[in-house]
Ligand binder design. Structure first.
Ligand SMILES: *Cc1c(COP(=O)(O)O)cnc(C)c1O
Length: 454
């Protein structure tokens, strides 16, 4: 179809996510029609380097031949059948693989062996929250009614997930609709809210967390966090020790720890799961984004056997987990995920990251020296560059200036596709990006920051 009609119909019929549509109407939209490796092609034939992995989902590149072929083969068998009262082959095999992988990678506590499927990160979180609540109720512990979550946290956009969200701009307005959650401070050390009486920002946050748990442990269902990197909150990388400390506090007060690894899972931070960095095994883990290499919507909530067993009983005991989705365990999505996991092994994806992580670090250091860069943050292949008006005082730009957007728009001229988080420029390329392209990506980001801020 010709471009003019597509643009007209887009503006006439589509309501875009996270978008002020009034501004959208004034813009020239980009229509992607093709992808290959780490690149995207628009309808005018221009190619862009995909600097944010198509919103953090792509790991091994677009149009990966092994996944394409496996999906075509699965299509020739069946596209979808239900997990409600029945099984299908790809979902069973994938559950075995994931269960084994999670047990291998996170061996410091009860292994996460039971897999509950859904189709996006938000529902994976909803499921984790409902399971955690009912885990206690099924054991006759009924006074638990609140979660503890972190400032700047992001767990998705459904009402349960928003209840444990900590980003004012996205979440504040829905307050009257939300379930109970206590918000604890998170170690955003660049903008630490504590005075210097504490030994460190991380310690201060743990002390605050302990106060909250000590006062409320009888009511607290679980603590839910994005381990090690709070991504949507602005690529906030935690100092070493915070997650470990949090795990210890949860153990001390007998509270479940839910790790939302929807963004950090599948190699982004340099390890398969971010919790590995601190040798922490959560009680429940949520996975999605990278799981299918960005091919199909799929999510997983994995729990340990102790939690699973609390739901076993006679039908009249009412311990059943009454939850499920139409597309739970979709065979196409599970097939894409299975092949994606195979590529991790065959390709030694994680082992090959080290030089890229080092290169990213080196280039970020150069960027950190720019006049309007307040801080650069990195964990593995995730990075954030925080732009500020004044480096000395850390004074931000006025949000009206939309500096982050200006940098990103400028990058498009040079064939780089990005999406910022406020004034934080996010760098999250597919893990298979070549060193050459990674260097080019960072070089162009640097140029654009200079161009826009000076
Ligand atoms: C993206 C994200 C979600 C929500 O996932 P959706 O698939 O967009 O619903 C939840 N948690 C984290 C940490 C995320 O980054």
């Amino acid at each position: 179809m010709n471009k003019l009609t597509l643009v007209e119909w887009d503006k006439k019929y589509i309501w875009h996510p996270f978008t002020q549509m009034k501004l959208w109407f004034e813009e020239e939209p980009t229509i992607f029609i093709e992808g290959k490796d780490c690149f995207l092609k628009d309808i005018d034939g221009r190619w862009y380097l995909d600097g944010v992995s198509s919103l953090w989902v792509n790991i091994h590149g677009h149009r990966r031949p092994e996944i394409d072929e496996a999906l075509k083969a699965q299509i020739d068998k069946i596209a979808h059948s239900t997990l409600l009262g029945a099984c299908n082959e790809p979902s069973i095999i994938l559950a075995e693989r994931l269960s084994t992988l999670l047990s291998e990678k996170l061996p410091w506590g009860e292994p996460l062996i039971k897999i509950f499927y859904s189709d996006n990160g938000s529902t994976a979180v909803e499921i984790a929250m409902k399971i955690a609540y009912q885990f206690w109720v099924n054991q006759e512990i009924k006074e638990k009614d609140t979660f503890v979550s972190l400032k700047n946290g992001y767990h998705g956009d459904t009402i349960g997930a928003v209840s444990v969200g900590g980003i004012e701009l996205f979440h504040q307005i829905y307050k009257p609709l939300l379930s109970k959650s206590i918000q604890a401070p998170a170690p955003y050390c660049y903008r630490c809210e504590f005075d210097l009486n504490y030994p460190s920002c991380s310690m201060a946050c743990l002390i605050e967390m302990e106060k909250i748990l000590k006062q409320n442990y009888e009511r607290v269902i679980a603590v839910i966090v994005e381990p090690v990197v709070q991504c949507a909150g602005g690529i906030i990388v935690w100092p070493e020790g915070y997650l470990k400390g949090l795990r210890e506090l949860c153990n001390r007060y007998n509270i479940l720890l839910i790790a939302d690894e929807v963004a950090t899972g599948f190699g982004r931070t340099g390890k398969m799961f971010a919790s590995e960095h601190e040798k922490v095994t959560p009680d429940i883990i949520c996975l999605s984004k990278g799981i299918t290499n960005g091919y199909m919507p799929l999510a997983v909530t994995a729990v340990n056997e102790k939690i699973f067993n609390a739901f076993l009983g006679e039908i009249e005991e009412r311990k059943t987990f009454y939850h499920g989705h139409s597309y739970t365990g979709n065979p196409l999505a599970c097939t894409a995920a299975l092949v994606n996991l195979e590529i991790f092994e065959k390709n030694a994806t994680l082992e090959r990251l080290t030089p890229k992580i080092n290169l990213l670090k080196e280039k970020l250091y150069e960027i950190s020296q720019l006049k309007h860069v307040g801080e650069v943050r990195q964990k593995g292949m995730i990075a954030g560059i925080e732009l500020v008006k004044n480096r000395g005082t850390k004074e931000p730009f006025s949000w009206r200036e939309q500096m982050g957007w200006k940098v990103v728009k400028s990058a498009r001229k040079y064939g780089v596709w990005l999406r910022p988080l406020g004034d934080v420029i996010v760098v999250m390329p597919p893990l298979v990006i070549s060193e050459e392209n990674l260097e080019r990506l960072l070089h162009l980001i640097k140029l654009c920051i200079i161009e826009v801020t000076s």
